[in-house]
Design a protein around this ligand. Structure first.
Ligand SMILES: Cc1ncc(COP(=O)(O)O)c(C=O)c1O
Length: 396
């Protein structure tokens, strides 16, 4: 088992110099972390930048979402001038689209807030946080900051969550952070295996809560693909975290949510209200309502667009002997054969920004977010130059 320090270190503190490890880890958000540990890319490379480092939707929000944001300003800016009254409208719209009740939902300023609140509510000095290493670091960083123990288990040889080892580590734990697909390695555990895992955890450790992070749910192309929301609304020991930052393309507006049993949601709301962290902005609420209104066709199109650019990029690396994990997200994790920092610096000098270090894989693996097809075609030309493996750009 890896130590708590190792787990928290996964945010890439090697690049952070004098900044405090736990402080950076606790920040966790993709782009803000990057801006702390790396110099501005504009300073390194003139001209347009291809940002492949923060797992956003490169298309941004749909037009109806942009229109909703604009019209939220209302006559003479009335709406942003008032405290938000649209939370219930968003809650109702979301509940309807998910087939749950409004009491099953709570919102956060990004799902970052949901992850932090869950860590606060469900871990303690004698109730550990459990997760894989690597995984998305928000919960581990926050638990570390609170002085709550963190148990981290390594992945299996295919970079998937090792469910047996995770189960062992879960005994007596307060919270299992189950990130599926898992950032940064992009792998996904199918719904049947996930449900079995949750049931096994509750057999050996009935008090443990499982936080299923479905931030990249919309991008999954696995045949056994199902949300854990139906389980969560029946069982207060399961919470699902979701976000509008990824497929819906509004990362900068900061809107995420949790779906769970009303008892779990009440506990989370109690902490949010007591701590005053509940902080939604009115433009995000209007954007969220419009985003849901786009219906499943929007998500289907975005999933297909991403899968095509993802397949193209994975194939480009495979054709040159470089293996990627099986990605079910809008990023890939690839064995580039050189330290990530070296690759990253080489790409940055040519205007392409790729992922930070992810210990313990930073010596040979890099996370690359998927941009548009055009961006990926231009990016692989840069990758070829940096890695000394050029060649004609493969047709999509
Ligand atoms: C797995 C995972 N969960 C949660 C988040 C937090 O995203 P946000 O706060 O923008 O919803 C991220 C961000 O990249 C992530 O990768």
């Amino acid at each position: 088992m890896v130590t708590r320090r190792d787990f928290v270190r996964t945010v890439g503190v090697g690049a952070a110099g004098a900044l405090s490890t736990s402080w950076i880890s606790a920040r966790g958000r993709e782009d803000s972390v990057w801006s702390l540990v790396e110099p501005g890319l504009q300073a390194q490379a003139p001209g347009p930048i291809i940002p492949l480092s923060s797992n956003e939707n490169p298309m941004g929000p749909g037009q109806v979402v942009l229109d909703a944001i604009t019209s939220a300003f209302g006559p003479a800016g009335a709406t942003p001038g008032r405290y938000s009254s649209a939370t219930n409208d968003l809650r109702d719209a979301l509940a309807k689209s998910l087939g749950v009740t409004p009491a099953n939902i709570t919102f956060g300023c990004g799902s970052t807030q949901i992850l932090r609140t869950s860590t606060h509510v469900f871990t303690a000095r004698d109730k550990a946080l459990v997760g894989t290493i690597p995984t998305y670091e928000e919960c581990a960083g926050y638990a570390d900051m609170l002085g709550h123990p963190v148990r981290a288990v390594s992945l299996d040889r295919n970079f998937r969550a090792d469910l047996d080892r995770l189960l062992d580590a879960s005994r007596g734990a307060g919270l299992v952070f189950y990130c599926n697909p898992n950032n940064p390695v992009a792998t996904y555990v199918g719904a049947r295996e996930t449900k079995e895992f949750i049931a096994r955890v509750h057999r050996v450790s009935p008090e443990t809560t499982i936080l299923v992070d479905e931030a990249y749910f919309e991008y999954v192309t696995h045949p056994d693909h199902q949300s854990m929301i139906p389980l969560a609304i029946e069982d207060p020991r399961i919470v699902v975290a979701r976000t509008f930052s990824k497929a819906y393309g509004i990362a900068g507006l900061r809107l995420g949510y949790a779906v769970g049993h009303p008892d779990a949601i009440r506990k989370m709301n109690a902490w949010d209200n007591a701590s005053g962290t509940s902080s939604l902005n009115v433009l995000a609420l209007h954007a969220g309502i419009a985003a849901i209104g786009q219906g499943p066709a929007f998500v289907d199109a975005e999933r297909a667009r991403n899968a095509a650019a993802r397949d193209f990029t994975i194939k480009w690396f495979a054709d040159r002997g470089m293996r990627s994990t099986e990605s079910h997200a809008n990023f890939i994790f690839t064995n580039i054969g050189v330290p990530a920092r070296q690759f990253r610096d080489g790409c940055a000098a040519k205007g392409v920004r790729v992922g930070r270090d992810f210990p313990p894989f930073e010596q040979a693996w890099c996370r690359i977010s998927i941009g548009t097809m055009d961006e990926m075609k231009r990016a692989v030309a840069v990758f070829g130059e940096v890695l000394g493996k050029p060649g004609a750009i493969v047709a999509a």
